[in-house]
Design a protein around this ligand. Structure first.
Ligand code: ZN
Ligand code: ZN
Length: 556
């Protein structure tokens, strides 16, 4: 007799952290399950802890093994933390991808901008539509967020329906696209929802998020009042904000000039998919200088202080086409993501030093988040009335705040879990039943590395304490054939007393080799290890830091 089917859920990224979202749902039993993957995103590395790592991605070894049973990858929306890992990881899965029009078009444009554009097909599903993937029927429910066409997914199965909210907020006037589909969510609640897997990003914030329309009004007032040139920076993918800025420009008799490739790419995709219908044409950056200062508005990338993006280059007076002067205005229509404060601060300080007026969300309502605050989370729970709530998309604090809110709102079961926990959602009492392999991959230049690999750890040590490279030639009898060669990289050349450090290291290693017993001296590995220890100890004694030491022993 066949075992009863169970529905399981496991996050492989995005829980206990913000970024690299990947969730999987499985239907079947322990021997055999059909799988559904939701989103495949990245996190961004930080220079200090992960030097040279630009992107972090979820470990997908589990899905690779289950490739034959993977029915598809469904995208909630086109933010990098939800779709940024596809280009790198899809070749390992080769599964079908499903998304609505805007997400698919933005993905295609992203692929086209790669050096070797990959061919990754995406099946377009209409917003509000459904797709059948093996035993899962996935329904795309429109929600408001900070990018067009964000969707909550209702996953209908033989054992019940789950609501995977994706990123969402409640905004009755979102400027782009329909508001969150309360009616459909209530209908799902009426029919019964076994689990809600929900966005926790703003679970620590009371009240409700302001509407995109209020932000648009503020921006219009600020742009109207501005003398001279105006530059506005925001996330390129925030098409509602692009619309708001365009409207502010129109009302103030200014032309919109797009500065930065990501801004141009998103604007083009948004035009093609109808999200900029009725909005005036934009100009490319070459036209910036053609307009008098009070007739132009530059819409720039670089709100997070990215050093190569438009705003940083403008602030450094390093942009070939776009300049700002004293008494021009820069509006940061954005929030600084934790970790980017220093980079953004440098740009703001640079602009202020140039005499430019800088406006941020501290000064006026020029930005709102795309995630639900506490009253919105309560609304979602009251519409959907889930049997179980699992907070995702947040760090530990956000998850636990979302969980206690859900308990207080009367959700019968609430579970805070970790990446890799496999939860049985139904039938029966929910619980963690297994562990799925999970972890992180680093994009290191063109190479994908396991996060446990030595390269990054070594680079961090190199950055802090340099490296000594030592080469020795020894005879078969174990005598030094020539003077050891020493190179100190990233290490001060002289001690506090003014002595040459490489001379001191030289003396120490020569005497180490000479003091080794004859038999050991013929073993080149033993010589290398002894020299390495001596060099490290000697440098530490004089410098106070434990450097890396590389020793080459050549037997001649
Ligand atoms: Zn998002
Ligand atoms: Zn997100």
């Amino acid at each position: 007799m066949a075992k009863p089917e169970e529905l399981v859920f496991a996050p492989l990224g995005g829980v206990g952290e913000i970024g690299m979202n990947l969730s999987i749902y499985g239907l079947g039993n322990r021997q055999q399950r059909a799988w559904l993957a939701i989103d495949l995103g990245v996190s961004f590395g930080d220079e200090e802890h992960l030097p040279g790592i630009d992107l972090i991605m979820p470990d997908i070894r589990f899905l690779e093994k289950e490739r034959k049973n993977l029915m598809g990858l469904v995208l909630t929306h086109a933010h990098e933390d939800h779709f940024g890992a596809i280009i790198d990881l899809w070749p390992k899965l080769q599964c079908k991808i499903y998304a609505t029009k805007f997400s698919a078009a933005l993905f295609e444009a992203k692929c086209a901008s790669e050096r070797n554009p990959p061919k990754i097909p995406v099946t377009v599903v209409p917003s509000g539509g459904r797709v059948e993937l093996g035993p899962f029927t996935v329904e795309f429910i429109p929600v408001a967020h900070s990018i067009p066409e964000s969707h909550a997914l209702a996953i209908h199965t033989a054992v019940g329906t789950v609501l995977h909210t994706g990123d969402w907020k409640i905004d009755p006037t979102p400027l782009v696209g329909p508001p969150t589909d309360e009616k459909r969510l209530r209908e799902l609640g009426d029919a019964g929802v076994i689990a809600l897997i929900g966005d926790s990003t703003n679970a620590v914030r009371d009240g409700r998020s302001p509407s995109e329309t209020e932000v648009a009004q503020t921006i219009t007032e600020l742009v109207k009042a501005a003398k001279g040139r105006v530059a506005v920076t925001t996330f390129a993918s925030n098409v509602a904000r692009i619309r708001a800025v365009a409207e502010a420009a129109r009302q103030s008799g200014r032309e919109v000039v797009l500065v930065g490739r990501a801004m141009e790419r998103v604007a083009q995709v948004a035009r093609e998919t109808g999200h900029l219908d009725g909005v005036q044409e934009f100009r490319s950056a070459e036209y910036y200088g053609h307009f008098p200062p009070e007739k132009v508005l530059a819409l720039c990338t670089g709100s997070q202080g990215e050093p190569r993006a438009a705003l940083a280059r403008i602030a450094n007076d390093d942009h070939p086409l776009v300049t700002l002067n004293k008494s021009d205005t820069v509006i940061f229509s954005s929030r600084t993501i934790p970790g980017n404060e220093k980079a953004v601060g440098r740009i703001i300080n640079g602009l202020i030093t140039m005499g430019i007026k800088v406006l941020t969300d501290r000064d006026a309502l020029v930005h709102v988040s795309g995630h639900p605050r506490r009253d919105e989370l309560r609304d979602m729970i009251s519409w959907v009335r889930p049997q179980l709530l699992i907070p995702v998309h947040g760090e530990a604090l956000h998850l636990s705040e979302h969980a206690s809110l859900a308990r207080a709102a009367g959700v019968p079961n609430v579970m805070v879990i970790k990446n890799g926990d496999m939860v049985r959602l139904a039938p029966g009492a929910p619980g963690v039943i297994a562990q799925v392999q999970s972890g992180r991959l680093y994009k290191d230049g063109a190479i994908l590395e396991d996060s446990k690999s030595r390269a990054v750890v070594e680079r961090r040590r190199l950055a802090f304490a340099g490296c000594a490279v030592i080469a020795l030639a020894v005879t078969a009898q174990g005598e030094l054939a020539d003077d050891p060669q020493i190179e100190l990289i990233g290490i001060p050349p002289k001690t506090r007393g003014g002595d040459e450090l490489d001379d001191i290291v030289y003396e120490a290693i020569v005497s180490t080799v000479e003091n080794l017993p004859k038999a050991r001296r013929r073993d080149s590995d033993a010589v290398a290890e002894a020299v390495r220890r001596t060099a490290r100890a000697t440098i530490n004694e004089h410098w106070g830091k434990k450097t890396m030491v590389a020793v080459q022993v050549l037997v001649v």
